[in-house]
Design a protein around this ligand. Structure first.
Ligand SMILES: [Ca+2]
Ligand SMILES: [Ca+2]
Ligand SMILES: [Ca+2]
Length: 426
């Protein structure tokens, strides 16, 4: 504190000229249009009062230094004694606090303080908890000292502290200041630079706050900022299919947790193949800390997968696959696309029975494939001593056929008619 540091230096040092010989008064003498000649003529008077000053110094300072807490949405701040000249050795701090979502606007209608190099003597200081916003002194702007003029001081947050300090003397009469403050709305929608606080889709400003909303089809996350999608319930039961991240190939939604289940009958085995476009937010050192895909295959979990290189094709060897895709609350990445295919075990190649045929005729048969055995004209399918026109067989999950292949037997009627024709021939 400038006042206190000077107080400890003893009365003989109280003369302003001797306090800061290198930059204070000396600097002043170098400035054109300076009033140091007049100042020097008053020094003798100042010196005579120094012992009295010394005696009264601390008690006076204590009596005049105080803090005022202000919590209104607007108000007025004036130097002590305003509009009369302010007293020496006076220090007042006004702590202005407005509600969250507001900032404080401060401006001056009148300003007349003693001028000094870098405002060492009398000044008005505007600051936040950790930041100096403005330092004013004098009655006109110079290269090193500033008066507020028409300037408006805005606090970045909802707190501002204004301190008025006068030193132990004045070279003439100064009338102090008259300032006004008011709470003004923070437009969070246009001023937010921090991505962590800005709205994902739409931002709505109002006096004292703001809120976010989402595009059609999205749900506002409980963070009240990001927009997620409902994607926890995707079931695939076809033998082949295509799965993508939501909105693919546009950037996938934030703060979402998607589940995709591929569920087929036991005996099928699912293989997965990622497409070329693969873009999931990653980190150069930590494996997939933000967004990732995990694939649950039986008791095993594959992944997490992220980055720009798609995973190799995956042969899961199971008929149940769960895919989890998770995104965090930031970033723009295009996502992923995969195709899956379910295949069963292969059954042995079938030889058609003599005088019979197999439909459909394929080079290979797999689980769930069905064939129909039928016989040539004049023959019937004989299976377990039962004659029939056709017989159906199926390739089972373990890679065997449901039945042994039947035979084709000449029909009774045809045997008789054959005999008859033989007799006719004789
Ligand atoms: Ca002064
Ligand atoms: Ca606002
Ligand atoms: Ca992300």
């Amino acid at each position: 504190m400038p006042a206190n540091s000077r107080d400890t230096q003893g009365p003989q040092n109280k003369d302003k000229a001797s306090l800061t010989p290198h930059r204070g008064r000396a600097h002043r003498q170098l400035r054109p249009g300076d009033q140091s000649q007049a100042a020097r003529s008053t020094q003798g008077r100042k010196m005579r009062w120094l012992p009295l000053y010394h005696a009264l110094c601390f008690s006076l300072l204590k009596a005049l230094a105080h803090t005022v807490e202000l919590n209104n949405m607007f108000g007025q701040i004036q130097s002590p004694g305003y509009p009369d000249s302010y007293p020496s050795d006076s220090k007042v701090t006004w702590n202005i606090t407005v509600p969250e979502g507001f900032r404080i606007k401060l401006y001056f209608m009148h300003f007349n303080l003693e001028s000094s190099y870098l405002c060492e003597y009398d000044y008005v200081k505007v600051e936040t908890e950790d930041q100096l916003l403005a330092l004013f002194c004098g009655s006109e702007n110079t290269d090193t000292e500033h008066t507020p003029g028409q300037e408006v001081v805005l606090s970045p947050g909802s707190f501002m502290s204004v301190t008025f300090q006068s030193d132990f003397s004045d070279e003439e009469r100064f009338t102090g200041f008259d300032a006004h403050y008011m709470a003004v709305d923070v437009d969070e929608c246009t001023e937010r630079e921090d991505e962590e606080l800005s709205c994902d889709h739409y931002c709505h400003n109002y006096i004292g706050g703001y809120y976010c909303s989402c595009r059609f089809g999205y749900i506002l996350h409980t963070d009240n900022r990001t927009c997620r999608v409902e994607c926890s319930d995707n079931l695939f039961t076809q033998r082949t299919g295509m799965i993508t991240s939501p909105d693919f190939p546009n950037p996938y939604p934030k703060s979402s947790e998607c589940f995709y289940v591929i569920r087929l009958e036991e005996g099928f085995m699912i293989s997965l193949q990622f497409e070329d476009i693969f873009d999931i937010e990653d980190h150069p050192e930590v494996p997939c800390p933000y967004d990732y895909i995990k694939i649950k295959v039986g008791p095993k979990v594959l992944g997490p997968f992220c980055g720009e290189k798609a995973p190799e094709p995956i042969d899961t060897q199971t008929h149940n696959v769960l895919i989890l895709f998770r995104s965090d609350n930031s970033g723009e990445n295009r996502g992923w696309k995969l195709s899956y295919r379910a295949t069963g075990k292969e059954c042995p190649v079938l030889q058609p029975p003599v005088h019979g045929k197999i439909e459909p005729l394929q080079a290979k048969y797999f689980f769930k494939d069905q064939v129909l055995i039928s016989c040539d004209t004049g023959y019937k399918v004989l299976k377990d001593n039962v004659e029939m026109d056709t017989f159906q067989m199926e390739c089972l999950k373990d890679g065997t056929w449901s039945h042994r292949i039947p035979t084709c037997k000449k029909t009774e009627m045809d045997v008789e008619s054959e005999l008859e024709s033989e007799q006719v021939a004789e």
